[in-house]
Design a binder for this molecule. Structure first.
Ligand SMILES: NC(=O)c1ccc[n+]([C@@H]2O[C@H](COP(=O)([O-])OP(=O)(O)OC[C@H]3O[C@@H](n4cnc5c(N)ncnc54)[C@H](O)[C@@H]3O)[C@@H](O)[C@H]2O)c1
Length: 447
């Protein structure tokens, strides 16, 4: 074997050591790069925050997707715009319906034609109420021009809607406690709640209507030279000590009782009428109206006829307040209207009773009505008497017979049958919830 010189071997050794150093250096650099690049990657990834979600109620886990939210609000805007457009279209269609309805010639009941001289302009206050609307029907059929003034407290447009649009008919929404300026030849002043629950609901307003309202109507009559008929009531006799009640009886009224707002209000209305007659030469007529019934009376009127019919139609207990021996006499509405027209046409200026003198006990009424409703299963029960409930009411109609040649024509059976048919129809139009009956919302009131 050939031996290398020593110098040569040393050189080889140094080269190897250098090679090793370079190799180690290179390896160490590569490691640093890897570490750095891994560090960079970890900086790019957002830090993960660990939360204990178990402590959060489930519905708080809401994932909010901002892109989705933006697109949702765009959808909302679209829906809102579409809704607005649809509403505008509905409004336009409503206008079109009203326009087209207006073009359909409405059929009115046959109205007589009156010449210029015979035709009167007649104002009916409270003309959308029970009695007023029947009076309006007759006046319209006779061919007069009729102006109805009503605040719709107890009346309703439906009672006169069959005249809407007729050239002889006008409806004014107005409260007669405020002055009214219209032209009229005759005024039937009927505006006032008539049934106890209605007039007791706002006693001050009842007094105002019968005093301030009556002054306004008498003032109007004076200004335009109209004849005026005041609708007074048998209540001016209060709980009467005289039976039957003639017009000369001054009455027995409790001035501070629950019915006083109406009774005393009507007494003042009569006094006002005769004061205007004496002082201002106003031509007045005063009708003392006794209990009247018939179609279009309020179903929650609270008086015997409406209460008993509604109870009988629904097979509820017919409730008689007191012992049932108290009496009432009831006049059918068409008879009353005939009486009012005759009084207005007559020259008799003192008060006149208008009512039906056929008297029945409340107990008898309950049985008559029960028997007129086919298949009625109601029983009759008595309850505690009502404060200031008059014990006897029956008109003495001698003056009406002599001065107006008037007396009632419709029998109780016929009148009640027509009224029952009307109430049946009203009940069928009404929707009740939770098995509620009509009487559930009624109030106990004087009969
Ligand atoms: N129905 C009866 O048995 C009876 C008995 C006696 C007297 N009356 C009298 O006959 C008249 C009519 O009675 P009804 O049974 O038709 O009563 P109703 O309640 O049916 O009618 C009265 C009308 O007057 C209106 N009215 C009330 N206050 C008013 C105001 N301040 N301004 C304008 N309008 C107002 C009501 O909205 C209603 O349309 C009343 O004056 C009443 O006192 C009726």
């Amino acid at each position: 074997m050939i031996r290398q010189p020593l110098k040569f071997r040393k050189t080889i050794f140094v080269i190897c050591v250098l090679f090793l150093i370079i190799l180690l250096f290179l390896i160490s650099r590569k490691d640093t790069d890897i570490i750095n690049s891994s560090k960079k990657i970890s900086e790019d990834i957002p830090a993960v925050v660990y939360r204990d979600f178990s402590s959060i109620p489930k519905r708080e886990h809401v994932y909010v997707d901002k892109r989705k939210m933006a697109s949702n609000s765009a959808i909302d805007d679209n829906i809102k715009q579409e809704l607005q457009e649809t509403r505008a279209q509905i409004e336009q269609l409503k206008k079109k319906i009203a326009f087209l309805e207006g073009r359909i010639p409405q059929k009115y009941p046959d109205v007589k034609y009156l010449g210029y001289k015979e035709r009167k302009r007649i104002l009916v206050t409270g003309g959308a109420g029970f009695v007023g609307s029947h009076l309006v029907d007759v006046l319209m059929m006779q061919g007069h021009e009729v102006i109805v003034v009503d605040n719709f407290f107890t009346g309703r447009k439906r009672n006169v809607e069959h005249w809407f649009g007729h050239r002889n008919f006008e409806l004014i929404h107005h409260d007669i406690v405020n002055p009214l300026y219209v032209e009229a030849d005759e005024i039937y002043h009927l505006a006032s709640p008539a049934s106890p629950p209605h007039y007791m609901q706002n006693p001050v307003k009842t007094i105002k209507t019968n005093t301030l309202g009556t002054i306004n109507m008498l003032g109007l009559a004076r200004r335009v030279g109209a004849k005026i008929l005041i609708a007074s009531t048998s209540e001016v006799y209060g709980d009467p000590m005289v039976h039957p009640q003639p017009e000369t009886y001054w009455g027995h009224v409790n001035p501070i009782g629950p019915r006083a707002c109406y009774d005393e209000g009507k007494r003042v209305a009569e006094t006002l009428a005769y004061s205007y007659a004496k002082q201002e030469n106003v031509s007045v007529r005063v009708a003392r109206i006794f209990n009247t019934y018939g179609p279009r009376m309020h179903v929650s009127d609270g008086r015997v006829v409406s209460n008993f019919i509604m109870q009988a139609l629904q097979n509820l207990t017919i409730t008689v307040y007191g012992n049932g021996k108290q009496t009432r006499s009831f006049c059918y509405v068409s008879d009353l209207v005939d009486g009012l027209l005759s009084l207005m046409a007559s020259s008799y200026t003192l008060p006149v009773n208008i009512g039906n003198p056929v008297e029945h006990t409340i107990e008898e009424f309950a049985m008559i009505i029960k028997n007129l409703v086919p298949g009625c299963r109601s029983t009759v029960s008595t309850g505690a008497a009502v404060e200031d409930d008059p014990q006897r009411r029956r008109p003495d109609i001698a003056i009406a017979e002599a001065q107006l040649n008037w007396s009632p024509k419709v029998s109780l059976q016929d009148g009640l049958q027509r009224t029952i048919d009307y109430f049946k129809e009203e009940l069928s139009r009404t929707t009740f919830y939770n098995n509620q009956t009509y009487m559930d919302v009624n109030v106990k009131s004087p009969q």
